[in-house]
Design a protein around this ligand. Structure first.
Ligand SMILES: Nc1ncnc2c1ncn2[C@@H]1O[C@H](COP(=O)(O)OP(=O)(O)O)[C@@H](O)[C@H]1O
Ligand SMILES: [Mg+2]
Length: 486
């Protein structure tokens, strides 16, 4: 920034100085030339009568008085260019060959002038103007009037102007440097501050925050950094919670197994029935461990976004029907009625095994958390552009304070009850993840003690039968099928 602005200032200064100096120089020099030409013209006019009358003394007096008045050298030359009178005497009798003289003597001009540097070699320049005018009398040229006057003062004046311009330039340069430095530090200091905070975050973790001031770009960047840090901090906390919860969950069956095995080992005389009993318990604990590890693996794959989805067009109604069939022995044992209502053909684009897991987990929960004699209703229908799956029960319900947590990993309203029924507290979390990767939504309504209703919304896929131009009767036939009550 500094270099750029200094470059611009210098460049524009050079341009300004060049223009100002050339305009001023030509104005001042030309004005002096015009003034002096008028003088020499007037001198020639006065000299004419003296020349005609051959009044050498009078002419000399005139030259001297003029020389004194104008502080210049005055000369009278013959029409051919030979010096007759010179107020400084040095050139008397010499024939001058300067262009200004030749212009008049041979060129027929009446006025002429020129600039000459008359300094010695190596000395400071000394500029002198030569001005000549024809002395005429009755249309005859009777001589040449000449004046030589220094114009060095004009050049000195120009040099002075140049000097003050240069001083001004230095001042502006200083001012611009100061301003640029101040301005750039105004921009860079918040960036440096943000950078410091970021480096601190790298070294000490994401608990540091950038104190946001104003609403400029850096402030916005700071806000984004703060939001990112918060997210990372939350993720870190979630990961820690997850690991500690998972370890705890895995420890429980392991401890149970250890107790069972230790008591088997410490018993002197093992009878067969007791051994079988213990081994059966151990086997159940292993099943439980397996279940937890399987659920954990599923969730970890969702987190790492490595869950492979084999999406295909499927009828959610048929899928729900199959899952309910599979769960009906459990429902029967628990003394619960499971009803299914499939409104119409509801197609979705999805992974059948994952969506089956959604139905299974929701219906399994409904059965688990509904007391004997209760009722579970599974519905599949359409709602605009979406297909919905509703699992309603008349069970124990979920307390209002717990509803926001039921999708959290390992969260269970009643740990003892959940474990007794083989739950891991991971089911709903898995359901939520599956619904999410299918671009769907899940909602829950529940009243403590009265029952719960989970609703899953999935984007509807077009009915595959619409693609075919089938006879109406056949199409109607096909559509009818899933309506049949199972
Ligand atoms: N239909 C329901 N009725 C009452 N409570 C439920 C229902 N479904 C889930 N819950 C509550 O939500 C918790 C989390 O469910 P989930 O993640 O499936 O874990 P679990 O392994 O315990 O079934 C359950 O422990 C239970 O407290
Ligand atoms: Mg469950």
């Amino acid at each position: 920034m500094l270099l750029g602005s200094l470059g611009i200032v210098t460049l524009s200064f050079c341009l300004i100085v060049y223009t100002v100096m050339s305009v001023t120089a030509s104005f001042l020099v030309e004005r002096r030339m015009r003034e002096n030409l008028a003088l020499v013209d007037e001198f020639a006019l006065e000299a004419a009568s003296y020349l005609k009358n051959a009044d050498a003394n009078g002419l000399y007096e005139l030259c001297l008085s003029r020389a004194e008045a104008e502080n210049a050298r005055f000369l009278i030359l013959s029409p051919g260019g030979t010096v007759w009178i010179d107020t400084l005497a040095g050139l008397s009798g010499v024939r001058l060959g300067h262009a200004e003289v030749v212009d008049i003597a041979q060129g027929g001009a009446t006025l002429s002038y020129g600039l000459h540097n008359v300094s010695e070699k190596g000395a400071l320049p000394s500029w002198v103007g030569y001005y000549t005018a024809a002395v005429a009398y009755d249309a005859d040229m009777v001589g040449i009037a000449m004046m030589s006057a220094s114009v060095q003062d004009v050049f000195d004046q120009l040099a002075q102007i140049q000097q003050s311009l240069f001083l001004g330039f230095l001042l502006v340069l200083l001012l611009v440097s100061g301003l640029t430095f101040w301005f750039s530090s105004l921009i860079t200091s918040p960036i440096n501050a943000l950078n410091d905070v970021m480096q601190q975050a790298v070294r000490q973790g994401f608990s540091v925050r950038f104190s946001v001031k104003g609403n400029d770009e850096v402030a916005q960047l700071g806000q984004t950094f703060n939001a990112m840090s918060e997210k990372l901090q939350n993720m870190d906390k979630m990961r820690n919670d997850f690991i500690s919860n998972a370890s705890h969950e895995l420890k429980t069956p392991l401890s149970a197994m250890k107790i069972l095995i230790e008591s088997l080992l410490s018993t002197k005389e093992l009878d067969e029935a007791m051994t079988r009993d213990f081994l059966g318990d151990i086997n159940r604990e292993i099943d439980r461990l397996n279940l937890i590890v399987q659920d954990l693996l599923t969730l970890v794959r969702f987190d790492g976004k490595t869950m492979p989805l084999k999406k295909e067009l499927l009828s959610l109604g048929e899928l729900a029907y199959d899952m309910v069939q599979r769960l009906s022995p459990i429902a029967q044992r628990a003394g619960i009625d499971v009803d299914v209502e499939l409104d119409e053909l509801c197609y979705v684009e999805g992974d059948p095994s994952r969506l089956a897991q959604v139905v299974y987990n929701l219906v399994d929960n409904a059965i688990k958390y509904t007391p004997k004699g209760g009722r579970v209703l599974v519905q599949v229908g359409r709602s605009g552009q979406r297909v919905l799956l509703k699992v309603q029960d008349t069970g124990i319900g979920i307390p209002e304070s717990a509803i926001s947590h039921i999708f959290d990993r390992f969260y269970r309203v009643d740990k003892a009850r959940s474990r007794a029924t083989g739950g891991t507290g991971l089911g709903l979390s898995i359901v939520q993840n599956i619904v999410r990767v299918h671009d769907g939504d899940i909602e829950v309504q529940s009243k403590d003690g009265e029952g719960t209703c989970f609703t899953v919304y999935l984007p509807a896929a077009p009915d595959p039968l619409d693609d075919f131009d089938e006879p109406d009767a056949l199409a109607a036939d096909n559509k009818e099928e899933p309506h049949e009550e199972p």
